[in-house]
Design a protein around this ligand. Structure first.
Ligand code: 6PG
Length: 625
């Protein structure tokens, strides 16, 4: 850390700085010693320096500070009167603690007069006061005290404020977990939560419950919270997506300065994120829309992170994000710059669309198996699958869920069959419609959740259906296993196609293999197949171009047919299996019946059609009547 003592000439930067350096065991530097020769000449000749004279000097200081920071820190005395100078000094990854030495004009001018050989005239001092822009952050010290008291005050504030590396706004489950994750990695973290009715104690409770972490500072005051952060400030917002994000941004921005970074770590809609990136850019503030996957446990121990926005913005937060993220099998962070604007949140949204489909496929497997088997037996069957290439986080938790008992009953059996959703699955499907991408499996999964929520209607209509007394045949487990394998491949194929098409449409230049890589750990859809996907997508643009994989799909067609026939026989809805099968059959059928659709469109709306016998594919219209 570099502690910068700033203020007008005569405020005591050098004296206090040297003393502080002694106490903290850090080297002391005077910024004036790093002026380029031309500036020194000007100063010797009493020519005042302008902003462009100062630029090379500030750049030299930036370089020096990076070095000092690496060497363990330093104290720097530097007037840094203008915010623009401080912005340049803050433009490095160096952690900075600003100490502003403040005193009245009279006090400083009297002190200067008392010094021997001082060169500052009253006019020069006056002009310094005129250009001084008092920082809204950092430690403010009144110099009308003894040096000892000043040093004591600075030391205390430094200890108390600890200039946190990161700030977290919103202490919901994810915000808390992310803060603890950072604190555990040794980072100083400041946390803030609003103190509206019912939430007054959120911060203090969190601090008390985690008092083993001495590096977490809690705030209910947003201004104090921002002040506690090193510059440039880096703040992650973990509040509900939507208007709440804009509300926080509006409250926060008055306390921020150019170069600060806001990260939205929630599941925000990617178009909203793109708008926020643009809006905050106009204020000189970086905005990163960062998809974070892995739920509570992931956020606590290492999530998969999908940051989007400008590359420059990402680079400012990369060291921390990469430190706290999950690691892949090669110990590389499951966090990678995704792309500009809302690309990070788009990719997270598609992750969730795929997640919906993966969950629904497992629910359908369960629906088939539960006709013949008890929960423990189903868990055994799935455990066998989990020891193969089918292994995944969602399969693992499903096995645990199936085994979980409360007293003598399975918890699962007590859970109402009404699935909730927070919208990301339907956003993915909408995006697919907008981009002309075929994402039937994830959208079927969304609709399956919607149907589940129509519980009362389902209950009343089901009473009108005659239940069959047919004896139940045990399903063929190998068919089911391969059908599941088949449908999962197609789900991944469709999901990555959506990302690929978005990348083309929005010019995002997304790297599909890299996205698969950061999904191999930390996130909800991490799996053995995701590991394979990294290689598949490195070699091929789409899964279907991998001939070995394609052949394996051909072989498994008979398995999924068997499962669907089985489900038809026993009236088991298989939304996602059906979708996967239909997609496969359509994609591998040369002549579909869309010629009739074209004829109908032309019939009633003269929308025209193209002909098989015209290789130029011109458009024709027929007078049908
Ligand atoms: C994740 C999850 C996470 C959240 C889902 C749940 O990647 O960690 O996707 O973001 O659990 O948003 O969404 P639903 O409530 O819509 O199922």
């Amino acid at each position: 850390m570099v502690i910068i003592l700033m203020g007008v000439s005569g405020c005591g930067k050098t004296t206090i700085g040297k003393q502080l350096a002694l106490e903290l065991g850090l080297p002391f530097f005077d910024a004036d010693d790093f002026h380029p020769k031309v500036n020194i000449e000007k100063m010797k000749n009493n020519v005042p320096l302008n902003d462009s004279d100062r630029l090379p000097w500030l750049n030299i200081l930036v370089e020096k500070m990076i070095h000092w920071d690496k060497m363990g820190g330093a104290i720097l005395a530097c007037s840094a009167l203008k915010e623009s100078y401080r912005t340049i000094l803050s433009s490095t990854q160096t952690s900075i603690s600003w100490v502003f030495l403040s005193g009245t004009f009279e006090l400083i001018s009297n002190r200067l007069k008392a010094r021997k050989n001082h060169y500052m005239t009253t006019d020069l001092l006056q002009s310094q006061f005129e250009i001084l822009e008092v920082p809204k952050y950092g430690i403010h010290v009144n110099i009308d005290n003894s040096i000892d008291e000043i040093i004591k005050h600075i030391n205390l504030k430094l200890k108390l404020m600890k200039q946190s590396v990161f700030g977290v706004i919103g202490l919901g489950v994810m915000g808390k977990s992310l803060s603890l994750n950072m604190a555990e990695k040794g980072l100083n973290v400041s946390v803030y939560n609003r103190s509206e009715e019912g939430e007054e104690k959120v911060v203090s409770n969190f601090i008390n419950e985690n008092d083993t972490f001495k590096n977490i500072l809690g705030f209910n005051d947003l201004k104090q919270f921002v002040r506690s952060l090193e510059k440039p400030s880096k703040i992650v917002i973990m509040v509900k997506a939507g208007e709440a994000i804009d509300g926080v941004i509006d409250q926060l921005t008055p306390y921020l300065t150019i170069g600060d970074v806001i990260i939205d770590g929630g599941n925000s809609y990617y178009e909203d994120t793109a708008n926020r990136v643009g809006y905050l850019k106009s204020k000189g503030i970086h905005f990163v829309g960062c998809g974070i996957s892995g739920g509570e446990e992931g956020a606590r121990k290492g999530p998969s992170m999908m940051p989007g926005g400008s590359l420059d913005s990402y680079q400012k937060i990369a060291p921390v994000l990469e430190l706290i993220s999950a690691k892949d099998k090669n110990d590389q962070p499951c966090c990678s710059y995704i792309g500009p604007d809302g690309a990070g949140h788009f990719v997270k949204m598609v992750h969730n669309g795929m997640e919906y489909a993966e969950m629904q496929l497992l629910a359908e497997v369960y629906a088939i198996l539960k006709l013949s088997f008890a929960n423990e037996k189903i868990a055994d069957i799935l455990s066998d699958w989990h020891s193969t290439d089918l292994s995944s986080y969602l399969l693992e938790i499903t096995i645990n869920i199936l085994q979980k008992k409360e007293k003598n009953t399975y918890v699962l059996d007590s859970i109402l069959d009404v699935a909730g959703n927070k919208g990301t699955g339907s956003w993915s499907s909408k995006a697919a419609f907008d981009l002309g991408s075929v994402n039937t499996i994830m959208s079927s999964a969304v609709f399956a959740r919607y149907i589940s929520s129509l519980k009362q209607k389902r209950k009343s209509y089901s009473s009108l259906i005659k239940q069959s007394n047919k004896e139940i045949d045990v399903p063929h487990i190998k068919d089911l296993e391969n059908a599941y394998r088949f449908a999962r491949i197609l789900n991944h194929h469709q999901g990555f196609e959506l990302i690929r098409l978005a990348s083309i449409e929005y010019n995002w230049n997304l790297n599909l293999s890299e996205i698969a890589r950061i999904w191999t750990n930390g996130c909800i859809i991490r799996s053995n197949f995701m590991e394979q996907s990294v290689e598949i997508l490195k070699e091929h643009e789409t899964y279907f171009e991998d001939t070995v994989l394609f052949k394996s799909l051909i072989i498994k067609e008979s398995n999924i047919k068997e499962c669907i026939s089985y489900a038809l026989k026993y009236r088991i809805p298989l939304d996602t299996f059906w979708s996967a099968y239909n997609y496969w059959v359509s994609m591998t059928t040369e002549n579909l019946s869309a010629n009739l659709i074209q004829a109908q469109r032309d019939y009633f709306g003269a929308h025209t059609y193209q002909r098989k016998d015209d290789s130029l594919l011109k458009f024709y219209h027929t007078n049908w009547i």
